[in-house]
Structures are given as structure tokens and as C-alpha cells.
Design a protein around this ligand. Sequence first.
Ligand code: NAP
Length: 297
Amino acid sequence: MPNSNPLIIDGKVISEKVCDSLKPRIERLAEKGIVPGLAVVLVGDDPASKVYVGMKARAFEKMKLYSETIHLPKDTDRETVLNLIDDLNKNDKFHGILVQLPLPSHLDEMEVIMKINPDKDADGLHPLNLGKMILGVDGPLPCTPHGILMLLKYSDIDTSGKHCVVIGRSNIVGKPIANLLAQKSASGNATVTVCHSRTRDLQSIARQADILIAAIGRPEFVDHRFVREGAVIIDVGVNRVDDPTAKRGYRLVGDVNFDDVKDIVSAITPVPGGVGPMTISMLIANTVYLAEKPASN
Ligand code: NAP
């Protein structure tokens, strides 16, 4: 039976709720003279990265938190980037450091991430923090996967006992969200299947999902053939597609063909306005969390 009234999970509204919930903690820090501060390192001129960095700066400003973007030219050498991270590690103004990915190809992303002091790892991507995540030990969680958990929580979508199918196995989205959903925890307890480009018969596996998470990077790849009636769809993808009718000459679409699946699903995140805003609010949450840690003060 088609569902003409699926829940459209509003990431902007939930993101504001998450930010509101942080305000008492920010006030408590202010009483101690602490303003959570974030350093964002941007290397090069990738247009999408510049947009994301601008959005992060505006979100911090709106929350009256401190943020600074350090913009380096595309050809900045390895030593300069590593030395900058070293300086930021020692700078008390910054409780969090984020390196905007992707980095230009001459830089080793893992080496740069590993240079960040794990106690200042605002993106939760340092191997030490990913290890803590796997072990269920307290630490900053990767922002996008954490944001997905929050979208589900605020939408009263229980994961316990559900079959979650994650399409994508990147270090920043697919692997961590699969792990978090499988954790023995209130936001986990799911049975998780991870799919990727070598998965055979992807559509039939995806159709088994109670909750289907698409983190593929292919515009509108997931259509009704991948979706079981009543499934919850979390669309992580952000893809630019040419659109001469749009002011900028392109529009953003997800990895899911929203119009094709919306009448089958019980709930779905839109693109834009779904996962994206949550990634930013979880970055704020991580920076506040790191500022609260005694090591940072
Ligand atoms: P990624 O590193 O490129 O990983 C893509 C994953 O999709 C890979 O695991 C790949 O499989 C898999 N894949 C590619 N083609 C496939 C196919 N035909 N069938 C099945 N699996 C396939 O991408 P990512 O960094 O995870 O990002 C994914 C998307 O999310 C992108 O659109 C990105 O812009 C977006 N994103 C959004 C946010 C946000 O805040 N909203 C944050 C991060 C990323 P293999 O491993 O086999 O190659």
C-alpha cells in the first residue's frame, strides 16, 4: 500500500533542537571563562569544501562560539600543514581542530588526521577516537554518523532489533555508522549489513532493510527497486547535478531518488535539509564536549 504521508525527517529542526540542548553546557563553560573554540584547516579551493567551511563558521557564530578558518593554498607542502596542526594543538583558544576533507592528493589524509591531538579531534576521526568508538568508550564521535543517530532518536525511530543496511564503507560515514548501529547501546542494538561496490545483488539486500542508509556519492542511485515498503531511509549523499534552470547552474541531490521512493517509505531524510545540518550541529556538540574535558582547560 502506498504511503502518501511519509515522515520527512527535518534535519534543520532537529539540528536546532540539538543546538538548544547544548546551551546550558555552553553557559556553564562561560561561567568558567571558557568559550569553546574550533580551528578549521582548509587546504585548496575545492568549491564544496569552501561552502561547508563557510556553513560551519556561520553555525559557530550563531551559537556565539569561537571559530577560525585557516585557509592554505592548494600546493601547501606536508611540513607546513603538519607544523600548523602542531601549533593548533598547543593553542589554548582551540578545543577542537577540524581538517576539511578531501585534502589535495599530495597530502596524506591519515597522516594529517593522526597529527591532531586526539583530545582536540573535533571530527572524531583520529584512530584513537575511532578505537574508543568501537570499544564503546566515551569520546568524540564522527559527526555525520553521530548526526544520523540523533536524527533517528529525535524522530522516535528505534534501532533495536532492526535490520539496518548501510550502502557505503567509507571511514567517515559507512564504517562508523555501521559500527554505532551494531553497538550494545540505546542508539544501537541493530543487525547491520554493510554493502559496497562489490556487493552482489545489492537491490535485494537493500530491500531487506528496516532502515536503509545510503552513503554512496552517486546521484539518486537508490530508487524503489532498493526499498521495502515502510522502510526508513537516511540519505547521506550530497551530489551536485547540472541544472541550467538553477541560479548557480546546479542543484544538490542525494544518493536516493526521493520522488521515486517517498510513497513507499515510512520516513525519509531530504537532501538538502536532512543529514547535512546534523553534521554541523554534531561538530558543535563535539567542540563543546572537548572544551568540557579537563585536558583542554
Ligand atoms: P566515499 O568515500 O566515496 O564512499 C562511497 C562508498 O560507496 C564506497 O564504500 C563505495 O564502495 C560505495 N559505492 C560506490 N558506488 C557503489 C555502487 N555502485 N554500489 C554500491 N556501493 C557503491 O563517500 P563518503 O565520503 O562516504 O560520502 C558518501 C556521500 O555522502 C557523498 O555524496 C558525500 O558527499 C556525502 N557526505 C555527506 C555528508 C553530510 O554531512 N551530509 C558527510 C559526508 C559525506 P567501495 O568501498 O567498494 O568503493
